[in-house]
Design a protein around this ligand. Structure first.
Ligand SMILES: N[C@@H](CCC(=O)N[C@@H](CS)C(=O)NCC(=O)O)C(=O)O
Length: 219
């Protein structure tokens, strides 16, 4: 029995997308980000990342988390790798070497890409995109993404996907993290292989299904 804690408008989207890819039956507990509430600890507050019951599950107070039978896991990118590994199929590595490459691309996603793309999406979330400060943050993040995007573009020159020339958990993880920068069209215009690859990833029925549910959630 799989339970996913989190809302679609959060990093939990990665886990919901993976669950769709794998056709998993799951229960969703809509834990909201505490920062979106005026008084997250009020008695009538919806369950959120500061709710005592949730903090007992994840002492970091961050979504997503999952409970899969007796296993509790946090960290969205690790959860998607775990679910792909558990339920097999082409989304997981097919050898120790492929497992290594899926891990490599996922760690690269977290350390070299998300640190910059998250800054871009937060500017828009905080409605600062028309302020000087917001524009400066986006410009710095865009410059920091140039090298990772150039490396990725080069990698994708001869293959449609990151590993094994097929869509895997590594593509899902990177695509959901790079989505945060899709407001910056110029970054993708300058890297056409990356642009074509993310379009491929986002054309998948499971991504479209996840986005449909996400768009129905309150902003
Ligand atoms: N590295 C973690 C980061 C999790 C994280 O930062 N989640 C955010 C939502 S996207 C959160 O729970 N924030 C709590 C809050 O804003 O109150 C992961 O990838 O799962």
């Amino acid at each position: 029995m799989l339970t996913i804690y989190g809302v679609y408008r959060s990093r939990a989207s990665r886990v919901y997308w993976m669950a769709e890819e794998l056709g998993l039956t799951f229960t969703s507990v809509p834990v909201l980000q505490a920062r979106r509430l005026d008084n997250p600890l009020a008695a009538d507050a919806p369950i959120n990342t500061l709710s005592p019951d949730f903090v007992t599950l994840n002492p970091m107070g961050l979504i997503p988390s999952i409970k899969d039978d007796d296993l509790v896991m946090h960290e969205s990118l690790a959860i998607t790798l775990y679910l792909a590994r558990k339920h097999g199929g082409s989304l997981a590595g097919q050898s120790v070497a492929e497992d290594g490459l899926l891990t490599m691309w996922t760690v690269w996603t977290a350390t070299e890409v998300e640190v910059h793309t998250i800054k871009i999406v937060m500017v828009y979330d905080n409605e600062q995109d028309n302020t000087d400060e917001g524009k400066a943050t986006i410009a710095v993040a865009g410059r920091s993404l140039k090298r990772p995007l150039a490396v990725l573009d080069q990698h994708l020159a001869n293959t449609d996907y990151l590993v094994g020339n097929r869509f895997t958990a590594a593509d899902l993880n990177l695509a959901e993290v790079l989505r945060y920068a899709q407001s910056e069209q110029a970054l993708f215009d300058a890297h056409p292989n990356v642009a074509a690859w993310i379009t491929r990833c986002q054309s998948r029925p499971a991504y479209i299904a996840m986005q449909k549910t996400r768009s129905q959630e309150p902003v």
